[in-house]
Write a protein that binds this ligand. Structure first.
Ligand SMILES: [Zn+2]
Ligand SMILES: [Zn+2]
Length: 273
């Protein structure tokens, strides 16, 4: 007599099935979702609907806290495990990843900051908007590298880095679209710029998959990039003072983001171990 318990396999088996899913399919899924975050951010600004600046700032704050905790509590311990002994090479890679973004976003590009671009005078200068968009696509390329490096290490690390990065993807799309608009270009150019940074995220994922044996190097390097984005792109935007002074709610959400990461970390360690 056939078993009556047809349908879903028991939970333990289901987890195993999930884990055995082709990593490329997981990567493509994460890549598409992250890229969609950029596009949604772009639509928010070109769609003429007034987006709450405060809401975006809250999302930036939450993302910053989550990313910081992900780097320090998940990625660096994993890197230390992989490298055992001398950490000078992997920590050097973290530093290089950090410095690369300082170089492209604030050395080559004459004007770039996260959040809505409101300095039209600056942006009208020839080439300023273009270099800002190119700088941001280098950064989003490494967002993709970080997600893929995490996923190639373990499903848990990949998922946590994916959530960390996804949280800043909408503000990121918003940022790039507002750069295009502030430089006097129209909505179409804004969506093109948004698509470019979304495509760069996806390219980072695919390229990392193509060079997977190098994951021991790409993981610490992309962690340096994530650290830069959290601490030096997002936090200054949280702290930027408006007419009414600093936003206490936003600042508190940085801590909430870190706590949220820890919660997600605990849940995933329980569910996926
Ligand atoms: Zn500006
Ligand atoms: Zn990013």
């Amino acid at each position: 007599m056939p078993s009556l318990t047809v349908g879903l396999p028991p939970p333990a088996d289901r987890r195993a099935v999930f884990r055995q899913m082709n990593p490329l399919i997981q990567l493509i899924g994460f890549g598409l979702l992250a890229a969609t975050g950029n596009i949604i951010g772009g639509f928010l600004i070109t769609g003429s609907r007034a987006t709450s600046q405060r809401l975006l700032r809250y999302l930036i704050a939450l993302g910053a806290g989550f990313m910081l905790a992900a780097v320090f509590l998940e990625v660096i311990p994993e890197v230390a495990l992989q490298w055992q002994g001398s950490l000078i090479i992997p920590m050097g890679l973290v530093l290089m990843g950090y410095l690369l973004i300082q170089f492209v976003e604030h050395t080559i590009a004459p004007h770039f900051h996260f959040g809505e671009e409101t300095h039209s005078d600056e942006m009208m200068r020839r080439g300023v908007a273009t270099t800002a968009v190119i700088a941001l696509s280098v950064h989003t390329f490494f967002d993709g590298v970080a997600i893929a490096s995490g996923l190639l290490t373990s499903f848990r690390l990949g998922l946590l880095l994916f959530i960390a990065i996804l949280l800043h993807k909408i503000p990121e799309g918003f940022t790039v679209a507002s750069i295009a608009l502030a430089s006097g270009r129209g909505n179409q150019a804004a969506m093109r710029a948004t698509s470019l940074i979304a495509a760069a995220t996806f390219a980072g994922i695919v390229l990392t998959f193509a060079v997977q044996p190098a994951v021991k190097l790409t993981l610490p390097f992309s962690a340096g990039v994530t650290l830069y984005v959290a601490a030096s792109d997002l936090i200054p935007e949280v702290n930027r003072k408006g007419h009414k002074g600093a936003d206490l709610g936003a600042s508190l959400l940085v801590f909430a983001g870190a706590a949220l990461f820890y919660l997600a970390h605990l849940m995933l360690h329980g569910a996926l171990d």
